[in-house]
Design a protein around this ligand. Structure first.
Ligand SMILES: Nc1nc2c(ncn2[C@@H]2O[C@H](COP(=O)(O)OP(=O)(O)OP(=O)(O)O)[C@@H](O)[C@H]2O)c(=O)[nH]1
Ligand SMILES: [Mg+2]
Length: 303
């Protein structure tokens, strides 16, 4: 038997969480069209033959400014350092079309980081469903020139193309040893945290501009009821009164919608009835507060 960790790293929005969910075969990490959706390392489990692959979804790596950004990027690099296999995921259409953009600079910096750490990885060019084939090869050659990649894969995490080969490569990298998880377990995230992530996904999907980045969600109470249902109280933190007004919406319409969508998904994920109560709180400095980081499973950066 084999078992080990495969970390998926890359610039924000490359499709890391989509890929991990696809390889695992169920949703373990939240996905949105916005950058910096993932804030902490999330483990999902895939099985290929005799190998159990513990996939580690990581926050996007970019040039961090805020304290939370620094904690996220540090978590991603730790994920890579601790892994038996590293997959660098690149948004291929974005890279092919825009050589000067954020994603280009971020993925170059990640390649430099891998090189500096003497870390071999697989390169996975993602979103090939959304680009011209003829742009793919030149991009692969360009990125491969750095000499840090053992193998290049061209995939669509969304459509499922090319995932088998990538999974096989990961499986081959897993060291011999007993499985870490029971064969039927696909996620390793506490239910309270998963519930908070689900609500955060709905916030990212419904609200725009700086609001998602100014918000955090915490599960405050998880109450099992006799009828088999669960009552979940969550706090949605924002940083200013004006943001609170936006999250609430006219007559509370926005928070109601977010709550509805989140509850529906929680009922599916937890396979039971859920009573969800969301409270919006203004906390100017939640992103400067140590306890929040602990709750999210992040190290608190001292500066
Ligand atoms: N067309 C296309 N879109 C994709 C593919 N993979 C992911 N996406 C989309 O890309 C966006 C970002 O996906 P995520 O999985 O959240 O990306 P991420 O790398 O985890 O992003 P962060 O957590 O913010 O770093 C979403 O809108 C996905 O649906 C793909 O193969 N093809
Ligand atoms: Mg993500």
């Amino acid at each position: 038997m084999r078992c080990g960790f495969a970390a998926v790293i890359g610039a924000p929005n490359a499709g890391k969480s989509t890929l991990v969910n696809a390889l695992v075969g169920s949703k373990v990490a939240i996905v949105t069209p916005k950058v910096q959706t993932t804030r902490m390392n999330v483990r999902g489990v895939a099985i290929r033959g005799e190998a159990q692959i513990v996939l580690v979804d990581t926050p996007g790596i970019f040039k961090p400014r805020r304290r939370l950004d620094r904690a996220m990027v540090a978590a991603a690099w730790t994920g890579a350092a601790d892994a038996d296999a590293v997959v660098l995921l690149v948004d291929a259409p974005d890279r092919a079309g825009n050589q000067q953009g954020h994603a280009a600079r971020d993925s170059e910096a990640i390649i430099e980081g891998l090189k500096a750490a003497n870390r071999k990885a697989a390169l996975a060019l993602n979103k090939i469903d959304a680009m011209k084939r003829e742009e793919l090869l030149p991009l692969a050659e360009k990125l491969n020139a750095a000499g840090v990649f053992e193998q290049v894969f061209m995939i669509s995490a969304l459509k499922g193309d090319g995932l088998n080969d990538l999974a096989e490569w990961c499986a081959g990298k897993m060291p011999e040893g007993p499985w870490l998880y029971p064969a039927d377990q696909s996620a390793d995230i506490p239910s309270r945290l998963l519930a908070a992530e689900i609500t955060r996904e709905k916030i990212y999907l419904r609200l725009h501009d700086e609001l998602p980045y100014a918000s955090a969600v915490e599960t405050e109470k998880w109450e099992e009821r006799k009828d088999g249902s669960v009552k979940i109280d969550q706090i949605v933190y924002v940083q200013r009164d004006g943001q609170k007004a936006i999250v609430l919406g006219k007559g509370g319409a926005t928070i109601k919608k977010i709550g509805e969508l989140a509850r529906k998904e929680m009922e599916e994920v937890f396979a039971r009835r859920v009573h969800l109560f969301l409270f919006v709180k203004v906390s100017e400095d939640w992103a400067e507060t140590r306890a929040h980081y602990r709750e999210m499973g992040l190290e608190f950066p001292e500066e």
